[in-house]
Design a protein around this ligand. Structure first.
Ligand code: GLA
Length: 394
């Protein structure tokens, strides 16, 4: 077990025991990467994410009363609320847990009071979906604790809805799905329309997944995210006037965009063009993966970045710089910004023996231009949300 993992579990265990006594169970829920297929999930397209070996750890136990007492051990912060009086809090972290409680209650599930402590090593605000990891950990733990009988996909939907309704970000289903359904050494090819999915082996032999965190956190991220979604929906509405069967951009074509959106705001044309191209690109990229052609796959990652930056306008100078820098390095097969955008990480597929040199060179170049340090993470693909064996913990 890596030391960091031990450290997080140790923290959660110690804080829980000293505040609440012995916990009933422990859950781990990972962050995620996404190889290709960005901003396609809420357009009913495809995505290609995977869970990573960085996770949120949660210890939980019942209370006698009808209250929820939470501690974020990493932040040394706590939050308490009554089950019949849930409300949005200034303490951002608590909303991801309380949002899940709210969704469960709204859907008629009976909960009792509980105590929970969480900690983790998913970098916050880096685009690795620490929030989805917290939501999935919470719904999974509550499902076990109160024997709610939820299936994995029901938990994913509840977690997503918690984020949509309680937190207020109109995210798609990718992050929660990847966190819950992740599997070691496989990427998940998820059809966000049917929710059909397929584990594709991702042969990492000789290749490392390197994330370069710009450490830029734009406060506009959630507003702009919701706006992109609206822009896509606006495009679909216009296309529907001529093609009523087109329910989402998943079913639209470039030809429809050219034909129907000609008199529309250029921004709407650009957003829709990116999404339609990205859905197709992912399907082609999966063929590259099947053929073991990571070079061709990597080329498509660069194309995705270009579209996200120029057409979808969710990149920033720091992300563009890192993607451009990667392009000049022969040891990098592909790179692009990852996740919602406006900061966070680039994802890079790098030849194993060149990782150290690449990270160093990128860091130096970044520092020279922006005067700040970027942070590298080398990740591997791990399993989804699960119970932790108590014997490992105590
Ligand atoms: C965020 C959202 C996801 C997805 C990505 C962009 O991570 O939570 O649902 O839309 O952005 O692909």
């Amino acid at each position: 077990m890596p030391t960091e993992l031990n450290h997080c579990i140790e923290t959660v265990r110690t804080v829980f025991v000293s505040n609440f006594g012995h916990p009933t169970l422990f859950v781990q829920s990972p962050g995620r990467i996404n190889l290709i297929g960005e901003h396609t999930d809420y357009n009913q397209g495809f995505v290609l994410p995977a869970a990573i070996d960085k996770a949120i750890y949660l210890a939980i136990g019942k209370r006698e009363d009808k209250e929820v007492h939470l501690i974020a051990a990493d932040l040394a912060d706590s939050f308490s609320v009554a089950l019949n009086n849930l409300s949005f809090s200034e303490k951002t972290w608590s909303n991801y847990l309380i949002g899940v409680v709210d969704q469960l209650q709204k859907n008629g599930y009976q909960l009792g009071g509980f105590n929970a402590v969480l900690a983790g090593d998913v970098p916050l605000g880096a685009g690795l979906s620490s929030s989805a990891a917290v939501e999935c950990a919470t719904v999974f733990a509550l499902n076990e604790l109160f024997e709610l009988g939820l299936s994995k996909i029901e938990m994913v939907r509840l977690a997503q809805k918690a984020e949509n309704e309680f937190v207020g970000v109109k995210c798609g289903i990718m992050d929660q799905f990847a966190s819950m359904f992740g599997k070691t050494d496989a990427v998940i090819q998820l059809d966000c329309q049917s929710l059909g999915y397929n584990y594709m082996p991702f042969n990492q032999e000789g290749i490392k997944i390197v994330l370069l965190d710009t450490r830029v956190k734009h406060s506009l991220a959630s507003t702009e995210y919701n706006l992109r979604r609206e822009e896509c929906e606006a495009g679909v509405k216009i296309i529907q006037e001529k093609y009523p069967a087109v329910a989402s951009l998943r079913n639209a074509t470039m030809q429809m965009i050219q034909e129907c959106l000609i008199n529309t705001d250029q921004k709407i044309i650009d957003r829709c063009s990116f999404v339609v191209a990205e859905i197709k690109r992912l399907q082609d990229a999966c063929k590259d993966l099947e053929a073991g052609d990571l070079k061709a796959f990597g080329k498509k990652m660069y194309e995705t970045h270009d579209g996200l930056s120029k057409l979808y306008e969710v990149s920033c100078a720091e992300l563009d710089f890192l993607a451009d820098f990667a392009k000049t390095e022969a040891s990098v097969l592909g790179a692009r910004m990852m996740g919602g955008g406006f900061g966070g990480c680039t994802i890079n597929l790098v030849e194993e023996n060149a990782v150290e040199a690449f990270v160093l060179a990128a860091g130096n170049a970044f520092q020279k231009v922006f005067g700040t340090e970027m942070k590298p993470y080398i990740v591997s693909i791990g399993n989804g949300t699960s119970l932790l064996d108590e014997n490992v913990i105590f």
